[in-house]
Ligand binder design. Structure first.
Ligand SMILES: O=P(O)(O)OC[C@H]1O[C@H](O[C@H]2O[C@H](CO)[C@@H](O)[C@H](O)[C@H]2O)[C@H](O)[C@@H](O)[C@@H]1O
Length: 257
């Protein structure tokens, strides 16, 4: 897939007819916070998402590295079609949900991660049951050691696992599903099928979905300035994403004023 510097602005999508919208969460809908549990959902965002979902006849999905249950609490009472854990779990538009079976992540990895963090102030272990993330936003000097730790896990766990790098985080997760495969799965379901996908995201994990959106005839919108990217368009930050979504959520005559 082509990797280039995205254009400065997103495609104007005043007419949502025939579109499907896929939204990443951290760094896209929500401002990045110092810790995973310190994020804040701005007032009015849930209402905007609900309106936009209506305007898209339901073809609006969240695609996140967080688990679906956590996303449901963040955006309550909204329960959108959602891909969680970077595509490892999916809730389809009819509400059916596929999650990885059982306790997939080996216990020793958890124990090692917690012991590692205990000796390094600011390092945070986020245990998502099927994946495990080690955050170093508050301990930037630990980046090299976190990376080495995760590479060690890869050697121990074997071929079924891979490392997902993100913003001040390294995560170990099973291979085979990512945000691109999740987007493709949702695009096979009504009301997404037959529409043009638009994926908005900021991080490396979103590149899989940018690639898939382009393969399916749509495009990606990168939030921020990272390069290169498979996204074709760009918005500067989550505040700009929220303003853009709020504008599209207005009835047509208002958004065109
Ligand atoms: O796919 P996303 O919805 O963007 O989720 C990606 C990861 O987001 C969270 O971590 C990131 O955001 C935190 C809060 O702003 C920040 O402290 C951290 O440095 C970022 O990496 C979340 O904690 C992860 O589980 C997600 O995978």
């Amino acid at each position: 897939m082509r990797r280039a510097a995205p254009s400065a602005a997103p495609a104007p999508v005043a007419d949502l007819h025939g579109r499907a919208l896929f939204l990443d969460v951290d760094g896209t809908l929500l401002d990045i916070a110092a810790r995973p549990d310190a994020i804040r959902v701005p007032a009015g965002l849930v209402t905007v998402l609900a309106r936009l979902s209506d305007r898209l006849d339901g073809a609006l999905a969240l695609v996140s590295g967080r688990a679906i249950d956590e996303l449901d609490s963040l955006f309550a009472p909204l329960q959108l079609p959602t891909a969680g854990l970077h595509g490892l779990e999916i809730r389809l538009p009819d509400g059916t949900r596929s999650s990885p079976a059982g306790e997939a992540l080996a216990g020793p990895v958890r124990a090692e991660a917690l012991a590692f963090a205990a000796g390094r102030p600011g390092v945070i272990v986020e245990d998502k049951r099927h994946t495990l993330a080690v955050h170093f936003r508050l301990a930037p000097d630990a980046e090299g050691a976190v990376d080495a730790l995760a590479r060690g896990w890869l050697a121990t766990l074997g071929a079924g696992w891979e490392i997902q790098r993100g913003k001040a985080v390294v995560e170990i997760r099973p291979v085979g599903r990512d945000k691109g495969t999740a987007l493709a799965t949702l695009m096979r379901q009504a009301p997404f099928d037959g529409r043009v996908p638009l994926m908005v995201g900021d991080d490396l994990t979103d590149e899989h979905a940018f690639d898939m959106a382009a393969t399916l005839g749509g495009h990606g919108v990168l939030v921020g300035h990272r390069q290169p990217s498979a996204a074709r368009f760009r918005l500067p930050d989550p505040a700009a994403v929220r303003a853009w979504l709020a504008d599209m959520a207005q009835p047509l005559q208002e958004s065109r004023r």
